[in-house]
Design a protein around this ligand. Structure first.
Ligand SMILES: *Cc1c(COP(=O)(O)O)cnc(C)c1O
Length: 471
């Protein structure tokens, strides 16, 4: 360490060479963990940064160990973008945080499928070529009551594929009250256009009647759509045609009804203390010839889109070349199959399916956890903040039950004085090795504990211990 005293050029020459830094014990550890190429790059970057800041203002020239330490920070900042985090936002199915957390059975099945060859399109009994959908077909038929089923990349793809199969160059009839936009630029009118369908809007924003559909149906009609208004509700002076009545109208005209349920649930959620959502089985029984729903919303599986319905319609969908472009790989198919299997035993679903476990978690449990964690969290966050146990409302998320919230408990963190702001704290929590993501509101950072499993508490506190206390 030399305090600057000579001319700038001489001074900069005192920076250790890359080779000198690489020769330190600290750098040897980095090489072991990150490899020689990445470590050398990071040391070079650390040296460049030191040089630039010395030019800006004279200071102490860092030695080899200090440059190795800077390189370590740079290397660790390059942690994978998809590393696990703690979702304490209070939104259980958070689209930006990857929606459903998978069941252990699904994780195991996916890992096995990754590690080994599987009978993806191979019939083990005959030794002949099989079909990818065969693995799920029987399960989906059993769980939904539909004649047949297929699966694609996500529900947006499922809707696109149905429209393209039945309404390409034809008309698709939909109520003006159901022209939804889902986050991420899924807009029903745009999807219809891209599918090659001509959108025929009927009714008004708040009221659509049977006659509106009847008047719009003709020999050019390819499909009637019913779309679940997943992320909003129209209230007040309203009228909609229910799925059963609409199925009758569509069938009379010889046009299939597609009911896009969005989230879609395979079980009656009221049995777990949640608000009722129409189940897929009900939608099938109401007479829609095609029903679509997501894999990673209320169902609690990986990203996927299901299409269930009449055998001949599903067969036509499977012959559409777009199906090939939207298909699902073996890893996800394995995880989907394992997730669906859990639904065959609804009594044990809550303990096995994290999404349902989080959604139905008793308030008393979450409050007890908040009281248990308050003091250790306060200690780790430091005395620039106070930490209190507070009430909050979790959301289901991903466009399921948009108006329903779940009473929950949070650790609410408020700054004392003004030396550290909430934004600083939120940023520091996001920068942790396993980031912690909360929600800022009413002058506090709220960490809703609904999605913190009891078994993750120790990991959560250990992560928080990394928090730098400096302002
Ligand atoms: C969420 C949703 C979709 C899109 O489903 P993804 O699985 O996210 O592609 C389509 N329709 C409705 C009604 C939805 O709620």
């Amino acid at each position: 360490m030399n305090v600057m005293s000579e001319s700038e050029a001489t001074f900069l020459r005192q920076l250790p060479s890359i080779a000198t830094v690489l020769a330190t014990a600290e750098a040897a550890l980095l090489v072991e963990r990150h490899g020689r190429v990445a470590t050398t790059d990071a040391i070079r970057q650390a040296a460049n940064e030191a040089r630039a800041s010395l030019r800006d203002k004279p200071a102490t020239v860092p030695g080899p160990s200090e440059l190795a330490a800077s390189a370590k920070v740079l290397l660790e900042a390059r942690a994978p973008g998809l590393r696990p985090l703690f979702n304490l936002t209070g939104t259980v199915l958070h689209t930006n945080l990857g929606r459903a957390v998978l069941a252990e059975a699904a994780i195991d099945a996916a890992v096995e499928a990754m590690r080994h060859a599987v009978a993806l399109e191979f019939d083990l009994s005959s030794g002949a070529r099989g079909e990818r959908d065969d693995h799920l077909r029987a399960l989906l038929r059993e769980l939904t009551g539909a004649e047949d089923a297929t699966v694609v990349n996500n529900n947006a793809a499922a809707v696109l594929l149905c429209l393209n199969t039945f309404a390409l160059g034809r008309e698709a009839v939909v109520s003006r009250g159901e022209l939804i936009e889902i986050g991420g630029a899924f807009r029903m009118p745009d999807i219809m256009t891209r599918a090659g369908a001509k959108m025929i809007e009927v009714g008004t924003t708040n009221r659509t009647h049977p006659a509106d559909y009847r008047d719009a149906l003709n020999e050019r009609s390819g499909l009637v759509l019913k779309v679940h208004t997943s992320n909003y509700r129209i209230q007040g002076f309203t009228a909609e045609v229910g799925a059963r009545a609409l199925a009758a109208i569509a069938n009379e005209a010889g046009v299939p009804l597609l009911n896009d349920l969005g989230s879609g649930s395979l079980v009656d959620l009221s049995r777990y203390g949640l608000a009722r959502e129409p189940t897929v089985r009900e939608a099938v029984a109401e007479g829609a010839r095609l029903v679509t729903f997501s894999g990673d919303k209320l169902l609690g599986g990986p990203q996927a889109g299901f299409i269930v319905g009449d055998r001949e319609l599903i067969a036509k969908i499977n012959r559409n070349p777009l199906k090939r472009a939207l298909r699902v790989d073996k890893i996800r198919l394995a995880a989907i199959e394992a997730t669906l299997n859990l639904y065959r035993d609804p009594d044990r679903l809550v303990e096995r399916l994290p999404t349902l476990c989080f959604l139905s978690r008793p308030l008393a449990d979450i409050e007890a956890q908040a009281r248990r964690l308050r003091a250790p969290v306060a200690e780790r966050i430091g005395d620039a903040f106070v930490v209190e146990v507070g009430d909050c409302h979790s959301q289901i998320g991903s466009g399921a039950l948009p108006l329903d919230t779940l009473s929950s408990a949070a650790l609410s963190v408020r700054p004392v004085g003004s030396q550290r702001t909430l934004e600083n704290l939120a940023a520091a929590l996001r920068a942790l090795p396993r980031p912690i993501v909360g929600r800022i509101g009413e002058g506090a950072l709220h960490l809703d504990l609904r999605c913190l499993a009891d078994v993750d508490e120790d990991a959560f506190l250990a992560t928080l211990a990394h928090l730098a206390r400096t302002p």
